[in-house]
Design a protein around this ligand. Structure first.
Ligand code: ZN
Length: 168
């Protein structure tokens, strides 16, 4: 029996290429591979994409289309109010111009975390350590465009190489 590449089902350690459009529950498009032209290639089973989407793709094959609603706990996590904090401007030593949208790493009790400045009012700067999509349901419309086995090197690195992946 010959198994053709086109019939390969997605499972652990396969390289999967997908076109996807991500919308929030308000119907706004947050991200899409379609406008970029190139599909996204990822290594299945290595946490390259959010768990809810990865789980939904297991067992699917080239040409399959699916709509997946990923809950926060299988996406970018819940939104934690305690990660939104006000800090004085002096806390940003050496930064000349503070703007909303700026990101920086700060040490927390649980290790380093990326914070985003979400508001500046006078001397008070509001920072948010949540992922920008925390607490959001992620609505993915996905089409699988390619499935192949990964190389030894890709498995060792935990990510995809080649035109749609890492170039190094
Ligand atoms: Zn690599």
């Amino acid at each position: 029996m010959t198994v053709h590449e086109s019939s390969m089902q997605i499972s652990q350690d396969m390289v999967v290429s997908i076109h996807y459009t991500l919308t929030n529950n308000a119907g706004e498009t947050i991200d899409s591979s379609v406008g970029r032209g190139e599909p996204l290639a990822y290594l299945h089973g290595h946490g390259n994409i959010v768990p809810g989407l990865e789980n939904a793709l297991t067992g699917k094959a080239i040409g399959d289309k699916l709509d997946v609603a990923v809950k926060p706990e299988e996406g970018y996590g819940e939104h934690y109010a305690e990660l939104v904090q006000q800090v004085p401007r002096e806390a940003f030593e050496g930064v000349e111009h503070l703007e909303t949208g700026m990101q920086f790493q700060a040490d927390t009790g649980a290790g380093p975390r990326l914070f985003t400045i979400t508001a500046i009012e006078g001397d008070q700067v509001t920072v948010d350590g949540n992922h920008p999509l925390a607490g959001e349901v992620l609505n993915f419309a996905v089409e699988i465009t390619a499935v192949r086995t990964a190389s030894e090197e890709e498995l060792a690195h935990g990510h995809v190489h080649g035109p749609e992946g890492h170039d190094h």
